[in-house]
Design a protein. Structure first.
Length: 374
């Protein structure tokens, strides 16, 4: 999908390589509020805490059951997991101990989201219901029923008054947290809803579906209203996340493609691909970088860089070479070109637009095979 409208380069840094064994596959992951660490639930039934900068393992919690959902408390002290055991477990990140087990669902817990203040958590399950839990009292506050099939995604709005859930039944439901009443049921998607995410200020919500589309919702209304249909992926949209300033939206898919959307123009400004299906996206706070987890077990950091700013030094050098038209300055220009190239890795230099301007510089300097300098 790369075109001249894309002006973002997504620079990858592999923090956790592809898994050598199936037990190391990352099933779920979530970053803490300050962006210092993230939690990953692995196929070996462990939940591990990693440093967000370099993926150094900081803590490990071992369960007897596979985790099917994961959430980091905004207070930073607890990681919650939902499991095939049909319970929600709360883990102390300092001691790695399970400090509570919340029972109430009758099928695996497939989605979790903490309230903004961290005092409550909502869980969605294969039993088609959602439960709101009190963290301090370790008790059920209320259970909400309304979906017709598995509840696979849930998000709590930043204002704390509303929960939005998505299901394999293709519906999105809005819930009033105070009463447990359903505000609305939306059937705008044509297939399973895989992800719902509020923007940081709560004014928008984005949903991704197996129907290949993203729906952007105006969440300032109750009930919400569809603002725009975004289409680019060729497989189900599995992962979504807004940047913390709300300027960008990253979307990941079963087609292994990653897009970054500009929220002002609602167009794709950056594109990359992974080796496996993208299962999760988490932005670093106050930084234009984010993490992806994919089906190979890899966790990659993507730095959002301005493509035009990367191209400009090469374009300026090319202009200088052509304006000078002076063979005696060739060594000077070659040195400048090599210094510029050394600032980027080979993968960056091979991207389409960068490759072309680098090729133009090489041609002007006579560095291509079969060419000579002017």
């Amino acid at each position: 999908m790369e075109n001249d409208e894309q002006n973002i380069f997504l620079k990858p840094t592999v923090l956790k390589p592809q898994a050598e064994h199936g037990s190391e596959i990352t099933r779920r992951f979530a970053m803490n509020k300050v962006g210092r660490m993230f939690a990953a639930a692995l196929q070996d039934k462990s939940v591990r805490l990693y440093a967000a900068e370099d993926c150094t393992e900081m803590q490990r919690m071992q369960d007897e059951f596979l985790s099917t959902s994961l959430a980091f408390s905004p207070k930073g002290d607890i990681v919650a997991t939902g499991t095939v055991e049909r319970v929600v477990k709360l883990w102390d990140i300092r001691t790695a101990e399970c400090i509570a087990t919340l029972e109430g669902h009758t099928y695996p817990v497939l989605s979790l989201s903490f309230s903004p203040d961290g005092d409550k958590i909502v869980s969605g399950s294969g039993d088609t219901t959602l439960i709101i839990w009190d963290i301090e009292n370790r008790s059920k506050i209320r259970q909400m029923k309304g979906h017709g099939f598995y509840v696979v995604t849930v998000d709590w709005d930043p204002q704390g008054s509303r929960v939005v859930s998505g299901s394999v039944d293709a519906n999105i439901c809005e819930w009033d947290v105070a009463t447990g009443d359903m505000i609305a049921r939306h059937d705008d998607h044509r297939a399973a809803v895989r992800e719902v995410r509020f923007s940081p200020d709560g004014s928008r919500l984005v949903s991704g579906s197996s129907d290949l589309t993203l729906l952007l919702w105006n969440a300032s209304y109750k009930p919400m209203k569809v603002e725009q249909i975004l289409q680019a992926h060729e497989s189900e949209v599995r992962a979504l996340a807004f940047s913390t300033d709300g300027h960008y939206l990253a979307s990941g898919s079963g087609d292994r493609t990653l897009y970054v959307w500009d929220m002002e123009t609602l167009t794709v400004k950056g594109e990359a691909s992974t080796m496996g299906e993208i299962d999760g996206i988490e932005w670093y706070p106050s930084r234009h970088s984010f993490l992806t987890a994919d089906g190979t077990g890899a966790i990659i950091r993507w730095d959002v860089e301005d493509m035009l700013a990367m191209l400009k030094p090469f374009q300026d050098l090319l202009t200088e070479i052509e304006a000078a038209n002076d063979p005696s300055r060739r060594d000077e220009f070659v040195e400048k070109f090599e210094n510029l190239s050394a600032q980027h890795d080979e993968e960056t230099l091979q991207t389409k637009r960068m490759f072309y301007v680098v090729w133009q510089c090489k041609r002007a300097l006579g560095l291509l095979k079969g060419t000579t300098s002017k």
